[in-house]
Design a protein around this ligand. Structure first.
Ligand SMILES: [Cu+2]
Length: 319
């Protein structure tokens, strides 16, 4: 009986200690995960180490304080003949100690935390920029300067399950409410700057594995950056209560090696670019071949440019 109870306690304590000790929580949160994850960026690693430092400081303080209380209660108890010191009013030495020690601890924690925070907001020297716009209830991603844009909404299957009002199980959908139709594809080992805004109400773009969240506010452009170290799928959600479907605008980041990203980008560009161009160019070209050269050339080029520039950018936006 006693051994069984001990085993139960040991298992419980081990389960609680595991996430603290394990350094394998790289990506998405797991069920019953107690500690925060390490994520896959330098920023998330910074946040994790700052958190662990503060946690261990708290653990040591807890052990010292509760230990002292336990000693006081058991060693100096009435039944053992302890007599309270009725003349004690204060101790200057003690007061100095319990003021100086916390100040030193706070300064010790503030220094690394501040330098990490400053690095977190330094978006300089980014190799590419992605504009993120929050809508009720989806995200739009624009790869600035690449003429590639996509909207990302809740996947069809999650939507069907939620509309059916059935209670979903992991068997129905492994990533229920955490999947999207179009994922945000990003290269690894690349400093990526994000400019984040919203079209209607305040949203917040949050992927825990990247180590930060940023508000998306109409009329304001916020900045953030990331450099993903490990290829993989990283999931997140809107983190600002933005309306009735706030819980149904997940985020999925697919981080791929640089070469694979370039391939994907080229394919996306190919999808966007040629569609509007050939239609107006084809009939104009064969006709003026013989008579004059200067005029038709001049008139055909701005024509294709104008259509190419105007057409694809805003096509996928919907209210
Ligand atoms: Cu939202």
């Amino acid at each position: 009986m006693k051994a069984g109870r001990f085993k139960q306690w040991a298992a419980g304590i081990a389960a609680m200690a595991l996430p603290v000790l394990a350094f394998a929580q790289a990506t998405d949160p797991k069920p019953w995960q107690l500690n925060m994850g390490q994520g896959v960026t330098a920023q998330s690693a910074n946040a994790y180490s700052a958190h662990m430092f503060a946690l261990w400081v708290c653990v040591i303080i807890g052990i010292l304080v509760f230990g002292a209380m336990a000693v006081a209660m058991f060693k100096f108890r009435h039944s053992k003949g302890a007599v309270p010191d009725k003349d004690f009013t204060h101790s200057t030495k003690l007061e100095i100690i319990w003021t100086v020690v916390p100040v030193v601890l706070l300064v010790l924690m503030a220094f690394p935390a501040t330098s990490k925070l400053i690095a977190m907001y330094d978006t300089r020297n980014a190799e590419m920029t992605v504009k993120i716009t929050g809508f009720q209830w989806m995200w739009k991603y624009e790869y600035l300067g690449e003429n590639v844009a996509l909207t990302s909404r809740l996947d069809r299957k999650s939507d069907e399950i939620r509309q059916s009002k059935a209670v979903p199980t992991a068997a129905d959908h492994a990533h229920y409410l955490l999947d999207v139709d179009n994922v945000l594809v990003l290269p690894t080992d690349t400093k990526i700057r994000f400019v984040i805004t919203a079209d209607d109400v305040i949203h917040a773009w949050w992927v825990p594995a990247l180590g930060w969240k940023q508000d998306a506010i109409p009329g304001i452009v916020n900045e953030a950056w990331t450099e993903i170290q490990k290829p993989g799928i990283y999931r997140g959600q809107c983190a600002e209560l933005c309306g009735k479907d706030h819980g149904f605008m997940p985020i999925v980041v697919k981080a791929v090696p640089k070469a694979e990203y370039q391939q994907w980008l080229a394919a996306e560009k190919a999808k966007n670019a040629p569609a509007p161009a050939p239609a107006p160019a084809a009939p104009a070209a064969p006709a003026p071949a013989a008579p004059t050269e200067a005029q038709p050339q001049g008139s055909s080029t701005p024509n294709t440019e104008a259509t190419a520039a105007a057409a694809p950018q805003h096509a996928p936006v919907a209210g």
